[in-house]
Design a protein around this ligand. Sequence first.
Ligand code: FAD
Length: 363
Amino acid sequence: MTVDVAVVGGGVIGLAIAWRCARRGLRVRVYDPSPGQGASRASAGMLAPVSEAYFGEAELTRLLVASADRWPAFRAELEAAAGVEVGYRDEGTLVVALTPDDLAEAERLRAYQAGLGLPIEALRPGQLREREPLLSPRLRGGAYAAADRQVDPRRLVAALRAALDGTVEPRAVTDLSEVDAEVVVVAAGCGSAALTGLPVRPVKGQILRLRAPAGAPPGFRHVIRGYADGRSVYLVPRADGEVVVGATAEERRDSSVTAGGVLDLLRAAVDLVPELAEYELAEAAVGHRPGTPDNAPIVGWLEPDRTVVATGHFRHGVVLTPITADAVADLVCTGEVPSVLAPFGPSRFASSLVDAGRSGGTR
Ligand SMILES: Cc1cc2nc3c(=O)[nH]c(=O)nc-3n(C[C@H](O)[C@H](O)[C@H](O)COP(=O)(O)OP(=O)(O)OC[C@H]3O[C@@H](n4cnc5c(N)ncnc54)[C@H](O)[C@@H]3O)c2cc1C
């Protein structure tokens, strides 16, 4: 049967697009041989536009903030439709630094973020430990980003699948011209390059899941983003006892968990929160972030055919899920690119598209 919208890729981006399109009355089908098992499964699920605002990415930061603002309503609507909770927490991020050099690096970034007008406040060691008594007494200082949030991406995938009024066909698409639909949306993460010619490359991330003893919740509530002797790490506590420890960033395609990767993450984690040494190491996994040359997503029409792309979300796919899904649903319904996403169209990589026999449009 010809559907209105076929979505190639069933990670958080593809599933959310399919759900939003179905909500508007469109008939949708998702193609994916292993839905939810790509980057979305590895992901930590931080919604952290403030503590992840990096030098030279001010335009991307504006998009992250705009999408993060949509998360409370998106989450409420999704949980109501699915009957599944997505693990949304709003305690904010504590940035912590172990050595004077670590503190200098953390403070440089905090000053940049504050200069953009983002809400981030410097904290002294005593103030950090007042918020989280389990933090190491060796900490030199840090900051608090109250507006950062988190969700559990595995729960998010489950909720999107439960809410979706449409089919998920468990197969890979190798040729877009064979997909029977009015509009085809390519949301295939790292698989998008082979389908479109766009410059999306895998950036490997090793990431661990620890578990607090005896089924208790972790002994801390904030997301902790730390600098420890030149290594950086983040710790994401879930209400169900899990603590996510992430992540490496490697320009590699393989999926091996390495001794060095695990060692770096655990050493930094335990330096910052010593109690974590007592937690169970429940999982060591690898995911590949769909990276782009400018670290920003690619969302828009591919001309001259009926294809839309929504890919390249790199390290921000979960925070960017609501804005991407709504923008693509708008695009499909009206043909127009919503202004918030105008700077992120595929035409900025026109030379790659010409090589692949396509062009990026603004229709
Ligand atoms: C270690 C790690 C930590 C991260 N932490 C965060 C975080 O804290 N916050 C945040 O916002 N983001 C985070 N990210 C980034 C985020 O996970 C990604 O940006 C996001 O998951 C991308 O979603 P996606 O749906 O585009 O890709 P994916 O989840 O990779 O989904 C793509 C899907 O497409 C399918 N596919 C591929 N090719 C084809 C084909 N030819 N036909 C059919 N299907 C196909 C795959 O099977 C896959 O299921 C993290 C990523 C990693 C790896």
